[in-house]
Design a protein around this ligand. Structure first.
Ligand code: NFS
Ligand code: SF4
Length: 651
């Protein structure tokens, strides 16, 4: 029986009204989008989806099946699936960590005066980081500390035999787990290289060892590169504190020059944020006939400048093309990661110029302006001037900006949470930990990751978030998942009154916080682990990261970076529920290694739930089980840690 497929409508593809309107406009005008290309792909390759396709050497590509179970070299399903998985985790770690390296190098250049537009902006963050890495601060100028710290951080990438130092920020009990499991990473670069070596043709063929290396390389991300990126970002640009802003495509304005910044590394976007306020730029925009200039972000760059400057968010991953379709974007500036090569294709139908800025990341059809931190501010101004110049080319007939925005509060760093709950002088996690112990808050859920056209934009993320806060789970968010909540109005404190369960609402009302806390970009998933470590250090919720009632979810993930994130959450003792599965179903052995196998080693594993209701149910079950193990289900009195317990935590 053949069915005629009705053309997809915006309301079937996305949750928010702005995206729906732009998808309908795209369908009418024939604008190319990822949504349409996804449909055009048809049924996706089942060998690829199950991880059973190997193209690691040129005797292949080989596809294995029950009928033909070995590749040319003799590799079986488990070897092929495990190798593919490890390569994904390594690539994700490489992306986050290269971002971190660039920031550490920028810190060094700033300290040496070689990047004059940057400086140590947050001395507390500098001292905190110096303390964590044993860098001497007494009697030293900030730049001296910054230089010594930058060198120390760069050692984290290049160290050979030395174990990575950053994971020592985890609770002692978790460190012992990693040592016992043999997964403590060495230098980040070496660990990534070793992963590529081991997956080369004819090297490591045992699934267990390959999966174990996936956890090791991921730890070099979460307790290495990503943590370093978050730390250095705070030093150079300020530790995020709660800030108000707005989200969705309606932040673009018909009467201003509109500039979008998209990508991940904050070095350029910070300069753009400053340059957008430069009187010269504002005057030039007015001279061009606009009322001013609007700068807004897409994806994780949006998160970076949102949480530090309150710069509005235009959209998350699947909205990058939809933003162009408003017809009101003069320039879309990109750096690295999650930038669709399809952008210039959609931009070709409008006056929008796509400008790439990282020499690592060029896109056919985009113009390229190589960004150099030595002349950062001047280059940022030039990019804005390019946008102002292009304003005259905007075609009013093609402009339709959806009048859709939502208010939000973002920027809940660990320091911000401490400050908010405990005040400037007594800032601590004690109140949060007390709320969990008393049961007003049942537990914490980290909901992270991307969008994926395999599911309706934001639908799974929003449904599972709603269900969890209804059940008194405080939700911590990063990345595009956080932006989904922003669009849905869930990052506003009022959302607690409307949607949160009674216990969570009480806590949120008392401190004036939303029930969903925006903690930043995807490298800021390291902040989620930092928050978990703070809870453990506070006492009363166990001694290890697998003890407190915490769970991780990645409902609509798509990137290799999400594979790395999932693996370091699990290796940290936090169960992870995926909304779409890894490409591992072709091997029972590998699937088990990531589920029960991981649980035996780390006390946590991966789960897969396609439906938000099922994901929420499982998340609540995990949280309840952890509460029961801590004897919290009986509203137990808080067990006070004595000094001996505290010392044994060593954090
Ligand atoms: Ni994270 Fe952020 Fe978004 Fe996914 Fe891409 S922007 S680094 S990978 S799509 S959440
Ligand atoms: Fe085929 Fe083995 Fe080469 Fe993979 S490594 S492509 S399974 S011969």
């Amino acid at each position: 029986m053949t069915k005629t497929k009705a053309p997809a409508r915006g309301c079937d593809l996305a949750c928010d009204a702005a995206s729906r309107a732009m998808l309908d406009k795209a369908a009418q005008g024939g604008d190319p989008t990822a949504f349409a290309r996804f449909a055009a792909q048809g049924a996706q390759c089942s060998f690829g989806a199950s991880g059973l396709c190997c193209r690691i050497c040129h005797m292949g590509p080989c596809r294995v099946s029950a009928k033909n179970p070995l590749g040319v070299c003799g590799a079986d399903a488990a070897t092929i699936v495990a190798r593919n998985f490890l390569r994904e985790a390594a690539a994700g770690t490489a992306a986050h960590s290269d971002h971190a390296r660039h920031l550490a190098l920028l810190l060094k250049k700033a300290a040496q005066g070689l990047a004059p537009d940057y400086a140590v902006r947050d001395q507390d963050a500098l001292r905190r980081a110096a303390g964590a890495f044993g860098v001497e601060t007494a009697g030293r100028e900030p730049n001296e500390i910054a230089l010594a710290l930058a060198d120390r951080l760069l050692d984290e990438f290049t160290s050979q035999e030395e174990p990575l130092a950053t994971p020592r920020l985890a609770p002692k009990a978790r460190q012992n787990v990693w040592t016992a499991a043999g997964v403590w990473p060495r230098g980040i670069d070496r660990t990534v290289v070793e992963s590529l070596h081991r997956t080369n043709m004819g090297v490591d063929h045992e699934a267990a060892g390959l999966v174990s290396q996936a956890f090791r390389v991921a730890l070099a991300d979460g307790w290495g590169g990503s943590r370093i990126a978050a730390m250095v970002g705070d030093i150079l640009f300020g530790t995020p504190m709660p800030v108000k802003s707005r989200s969705n495509l309606g932040v673009l304005r018909a009467d201003t020059v509109n500039v979008l910044v998209h990508g991940h590394e904050p070095a350029l976007s910070e300069m753009l944020a400053a340059a957008a306020r430069d009187p010269l730029i504002v005057d030039r925009a007015k001279a061009a006939g606009a009322c001013g200039l609007t700068l807004a972000g897409i994806c994780c760059t949006a998160n970076e400048i949102l949480m530090r400057h309150g710069i509005p968010v235009a959209g998350n991953f699947l909205q990058q093309e939809l933003a162009v379709i408003t017809g009101a974007v003069e320039v879309l500036i990109t750096d690295v990661q999650c930038v669709m090569p399809g952008l210039p294709l959609v931009a070709a139908g409008y006056h929008t110029k796509v400008v790439s800025t990282s020499d690592l990341a060029r896109t056919k059809g985009a113009s390229h302006r190589s960004f150099d931190v030595a002349g950062a501010y001047a280059q940022a101004k030039d990019l804005l001037l390019l946008a102002i110049e292009n304003f005259a080319n905007r075609d009013p007939d093609k402009v339709s900006i959806p009048d859709v925005t939502a208010p939000l509060v973002a920027g809940f760093s660990v320091e911000a949470i401490k400050y908010m709950l405990g005040g400037r002088f007594r800032g601590s996690f004690r109140p949060l930990s007390d709320a969990i112990i008393s049961g007003r808050i049942k537990g914490l859920a980290g909901i992270v990751g991307c969008n994926n056209p395999k599911s309706k934009l934001d639908a799974h993320i929003n449904a599972v978030t709603l269900e969890l806060i209804k059940n008194d789970v405080l939700v911590l968010k990063t990345g595009c998942a956080a932006l989904a909540s922003a669009k849905a109005g869930m990052l506003a404190p009022e959302a607690a009154l409307e949607h949160a369960g009674a216990g969570l609402r009480e806590v949120c009302e008392a401190v004036g916080m939303p029930p969903v806390l925006h903690m930043g970009s995807c490298v800021d998933n390291a902040r989620l682990l930092e928050a978990a470590a703070e809870l453990v250090a506070e006492g009363g919720l166990g001694a290890d990261l697998c003890d407190p009632p915490i769970v991780g979810l990645a409902p609509e993930w798509m990137s290799e970076k999400a594979v790395a994130i999932g693996c370091y959450f699990v290796a940290s003792g936090v169960d992870v529920i995926l909304g779409n599965p890894f490409h591992v179903s072709g091997s029972q052995e590998v699937s088990e290694l990531l589920g029960e196998g991981a649980r035996a080693v780390f006390g946590a594993g991966f789960h897969y739930r396609a439906d938000p209701a099922g994901a929420a149910r499982l998340a609540l079950e995990i949280i309840e089980a952890k509460r029961a193990r801590l004897n919290l289900d009986r509203k137990a009195e808080r067990k006070l840690f004595d000094m001996k317990d505290r010392r044994s935590l060593n954090v």
